[in-house]
Design a protein around this ligand. Structure first.
Ligand SMILES: Nc1nc2c(ncn2[C@@H]2O[C@H](COP(=O)(O)OP(=O)(O)O)[C@@H](O)[C@H]2O)c(=O)[nH]1
Ligand SMILES: [Mg+2]
Length: 410
């Protein structure tokens, strides 16, 4: 090899390294972003793509809960472009019906275009019924990582034996008359209970450490210029959100009573430096109904599988409010995050611009929106409006609100 050729090679390598540094360092990273993130490449774990059927968590699988029929050699998965050492052991997860296929297709397209096309994280789909071929074909074609399809074991999507079904039926009839949203729906209640207590212990989820929940028909308005999974892991975050709001009281009249019962019975699970101030305005006597909107979540599966969370869920589940009222998984997850986690383990992702009907989170800060090629209208940002709880999160954590928030208050 001539020395001229070697010089040329060295020159090209240095040029590429400088270009890479400029493009990474000029993009906005999460607030309070730990700069060590950029220098810890290679520390992430290999994503695990096989299904562990020997897990110790009870998945209730008397039936086969993993559908591998889509994994025909005809559907080829693209090769990973991101070295697997850069990725965290994480997956997207979606609970859906077959009829949701086109609405989830929209969501996947956006998640891929704005983020996952550079990472190829896996995607787990869960359903109380078997997914049909169309669902599997369309979603597998859109996801750049490996797709997995799981069937929910019947005992995770049915009435526990301590529930009085006649009483539950009367509640649904009454809520229908009172026109409470989803008040008459039996399946919505199973869905909320499943998301509250079971999705993280489906056998397909057992191999992963972090999850990102995606629902049908969501929108992402900005590029995601960093890996949120890695951010969570490297900064010791366990739960994250983009939107927060007040819950509809008629769906949860006795939820806080149930939480208080759990707190007295299991004080060892309550974190010392918790976020009670986000949940209650009177030191815990009453619930102010603030919750993180759980249709978007990036969180730790290990936390959800911890004794603290499982004891919390079991205690609430025994009280029957998933069926005798209409407890949503959003307040159930949020109260758990608020009480079982330390304040600093909950993260707000300003940079992830998100819509789920009817609310928008559009990042505050014009430079961030320009850098991330956002197409949301900042005046639609819900964060600083009266019905959002996000200001409380900033207050209790002593974080200054982002510059320009005043302009988005009304
Ligand atoms: N498999 C299955 N998924 C459901 C069912 N009901 C709701 N889901 C899913 O659960 C999530 C929440 O339901 P959604 O209708 O979006 O409720 P909303 O966001 O509260 O209005 C979505 O991902 C739905 O696709 C159901 O009966 N079966
Ligand atoms: Mg939804």
């Amino acid at each position: 090899m001539s020395s001229g050729y070697i010089r040329y090679l060295l020159f090209a390598l240095v040029g590429l390294a400088i270009l890479g540094f400029i493009s990474r360092s000029s993009l906005p990273l999460p607030e309070r972003y730990d700069s060590s993130l950029l220098s810890t490449k290679g520390k992430g774990q290999e994503p695990v793509n096989t299904v562990n059927t020997g897990g110790t968590v009870n998945t209730g699988n008397t039936v086969n809960t993993v559908d591998t029929s889509h994994q025909s050699p005809a559907i080829s998965q693209p090769q990973s472009l991101t070295p697997s050492g850069d990725r965290v052991n994480a997956t997207f997860v979606t609970l859906a019906r077959n009829s949701d296929v086109w609405d989830i297709a929209k969501s996947i397209r956006q998640v891929e275009d704005r983020f996952n096309r550079n990472y190829h994280y896996d995607w787990v789909f869960l359903n109380d019924k078997p997914f049909d071929d169309t669902f599997k074909k369309i979603t597998t074609s859109l996801v750049s990582g490996t797709t997995h399809y799981g069937i929910i074991p019947p005992d995770h999507w049915s009435y526990p034996d301590w529930i009085d079904r006649d009483k539950a039926k009367k509640v649904r009839e009454d809520m229908k008359e009172r026109k409470i949203i989803y008040g008459d729906s039996e399946s919505y209640r199973h869905m909320c209970r499943y998301e509250s207590g079971f999705f993280f212990r489906h056998e397909l989820m057992l191999n992963y450490e972090f999850y990102w929940r995606v629902e049908p028909s969501i929108q992402l308005f900005c590029d995601i210029s960093f890996d949120p999974f890695r951010y969570m892991k490297e900064n010791n975050k366990k739960y994250s959100f983009v939107l927060s709001l007040y819950e509809y009281f008629d769906t949860i009249p006795t939820l806080w009573d149930s939480v208080q019962k759990f707190m007295s019975a299991s004080p060892q699970h309550i974190a010392e430096d918790n976020s009670m101030g986000f949940l209650s305005d009177d030191g815990g006597k009453t619930y102010n109904k603030c919750h993180f909107w759980s249709n978007f979540e990036v969180g730790s599966l290990e936390w959800l599988r911890s004794d603290a969370y499982i004891d919390y869920f079991n205690s609430l589940d025994k009280d029957g409010g998933f069926f005798y009222e209409r407890w949503g998984d959003a307040p159930v997850h949020s109260i758990a995050a608020g009480l079982l986690l330390k304040k600093e383990e909950i993260h707000f992702f300003n940079e992830i611009a998100y819509y789920h009907v009817p609310f928008t989170h559009c990042p505050t800060g014009e430079q961030t929106r320009l850098d991330l090629k956002c197409h949301c209208n900042p005046s639609e940002n819900f964060d600083w409006k009266g019905y959002s709880c996000t200001s409380r999160y900033f207050q209790i954590n002593d974080i200054p609100k982002p510059e320009g928030y005043e302009k988005e208050e009304n």
